[in-house]
Design a protein around this ligand. Structure first.
Ligand SMILES: *[C@@H]1O[C@H](CO)[C@@H](O)[C@H](O)[C@H]1NC(C)=O
Ligand SMILES: *[C@@H]1O[C@H](CO)[C@@H](O)[C@H](O)[C@H]1NC(C)=O
Ligand SMILES: *[C@@H]1O[C@H](CO)[C@@H](O)[C@H](O)[C@H]1NC(C)=O
Ligand SMILES: [Fe+2]
Length: 441
């Protein structure tokens, strides 16, 4: 799979792509860490898991050997697999690169907050994961723009040191940038974390990977490798979907790089999905997407503006609590906003694009930006976020900065669920599309 000429071609295309990259100054990024596969061709690698349905898990992994069956054996004690499931497999080609056999196996029903031991392909190493709890509290680790550098290793090291239930990633995973073997390296790099807790991801610009003339179809590697539970939420695309956590949180993953205007499938799906949320049962509503709608960094200015114009109103009308974004390689937290003004019924916007990829940090914030008064804290450092949803009304957000080998809490704030706010009550029967229900508060 990782043939030398394939790597060489990848680096050539990567070089051509970099020529077109925009030019703001960044400090020295971390070195890329290549993670090799040194076991047999039939040995399962790149194991990662994602939540599927109310009580299932999708186990995804790759073998170079196409004869390995898509089977996962699992159970609640090490080495004792009393259950098993068979799934599906896929593969893709990119220029001269041919992927291994990419297996996706749904297992379950699983008990909540329980450790399961599992083995892939009947031959792999034993892995284990913990399912999310059925009730609050629940804790999310949130990281954007991850990559696979020394800084990424530091961020993931901190993520893995303390317990959490699920990882949310608002786009830009491997930074393979058409060099397909780097996707395989990334899969192996994150396996120690992504095989233990569900990783729920949405796509960023680095997942698009079209190449003039040679490869016109977008997201082929991403969709084949990082398959998320979109059908279960009525979506027809792996690029946007939603799911519930702990019976109290609805998480919506949106796609910044697919159509989002009011006539698009994504928009129609979003409005329907919002209408299905019963806030009496599900007081928390969280959204992730890649390109920020609010951003005072000089990097990527205005790139999320068309999507903001198209989708801000339905999200506001549905009283989304918080929107996590990436793309800008820095941290920034805004006050509650709607339509470029502070609004106590709007979502908090948080940029958490500081996972540690090879492009380094976006250091320059614009002191004269029109949104400066809405921006409460901003800093260009690597790190990750934690959202601990404590109960139906309170959640604690913290940003954990990488200070060399330590992790330091550099921002924290309590968030109140908008559902609990009398002043922000809406009438769900009005639906969530069209003009705002409440203009000014
Ligand atoms: C095999 O790969 C693992 C993970 O990259 C590494 O820790 C280990 O040292 C490697 N072993 C050999 C013999 O290269
Ligand atoms: C929810 O958690 C907050 C913060 O810990 C606490 O102040 C509040 O009393 C809790 N509410 C309920 C209903 O337990
Ligand atoms: C959330 O809203 C629903 C419907 O308005 C209401 O029944 C429920 O009590 C609210 N939850 C909280 C925690 O306020
Ligand atoms: Fe990005």
């Amino acid at each position: 799979m990782t043939k030398p000429w394939s790597l060489a071609l990848g680096f050539i295309s990567f070089f051509l792509l970099s020529l077109g990259a925009s030019g703001f100054t960044r400090p020295a990024p971390g070195r890329i860490m290549i993670t090799r596969h040194n076991k047999s061709e039939s040995h399962p690698q790149q194991v990662h898991i994602s939540a599927v349905g109310a009580d299932g898990m999708r186990i995804s992994w790759i073998t170079d050997d196409k004869h390995v069956p898509s089977i996962v054996e699992y159970g609640k004690a090490p080495g004792k697999y009393d259950m098993s499931a068979t799934g599906e497999h896929t593969s893709y080609r990119y220029f001269f690169y041919a992927s291994g056999k990419i297996h996706h196996v749904k297992i379950g029903p699983l008990e909540p907050d329980t450790v399961y031991y599992y083995r892939c392909g009947g031959v792999g190493d034993e892995h284990s994961f913990k399912t999310p709890p059925a009730t609050l509290p629940v804790e999310f680790a949130i990281i954007g723009d991850l990559g696979q550098t020394e800084w990424t290793a530091s961020t993931l090291g901190h993520v893995g040191k303390t317990n959490y239930d699920m990882l949310l990633l608002p786009g830009d995973l491997s930074y393979a940038d058409t060099n397909q073997p780097l996707w395989d390296s990334f899969g192996r790099f994150v396996e120690p974390y992504a095989s233990k807790r569900p990783w729920m991801v949405t796509e960023g610009n680095h997942e698009i990977e079209t190449f003039p003339i040679l490869h016109s179809h977008p997201f082929d590697a991403y969709n084949a490798r990082w398959r998320m539970q979109y059908e279960e939420s009525g979506s027809t695309s792996n690029l946007y979907y939603s799911f519930d956590v702990a019976g109290a949180i609805h998480v919506i993953m949106l796609g910044s790089y697919t159509d989002f205007d009011s006539k698009s499938d994504q928009y129609k799906w979003l409005v329907k999905d919002l209408a299905k949320v019963d806030r009496g049962q599900t007081p928390w509503l969280i959204v992730l997407l890649h390109a920020p709608w609010y951003n005072t960094n000089t990097a990527h200015q205005g790139e999320g503006e068309a999507m903001r114009k198209a989708m801000e109103s339905p999200l506001y009308n549905a009283r989304v609590d918080v929107i996590f974004v990436g793309h800008v390689h820095a941290y920034e937290r805004f006050t509650r906003v709607y339509d470029n003004k502070a609004n106590s019924c709007g979502p908090v916007h948080i940029t958490i694009g500081d996972g540690g990829n090879r492009e380094g940090l976006a250091r320059d914030f614009d002191e004269n930006h029109k949104s400066v008064s809405l921006s409460l804290l901003r800093e260009a450092s690597f790190g990750h976020g934690r959202l601990k949803v404590v109960n139906r009304t309170h959640a604690h957000w913290s940003w954990h900065r990488n200070d060399d080998s330590d992790s330091t809490v550099a921002d924290e704030v309590w968030l109140d669920s908008l559902n609990a706010s009398e002043a922000c009550k809406t009438d769900p029967s009005l639906g969530y599309s069209g003009t705002p229900v409440v203009d000014e508060l």
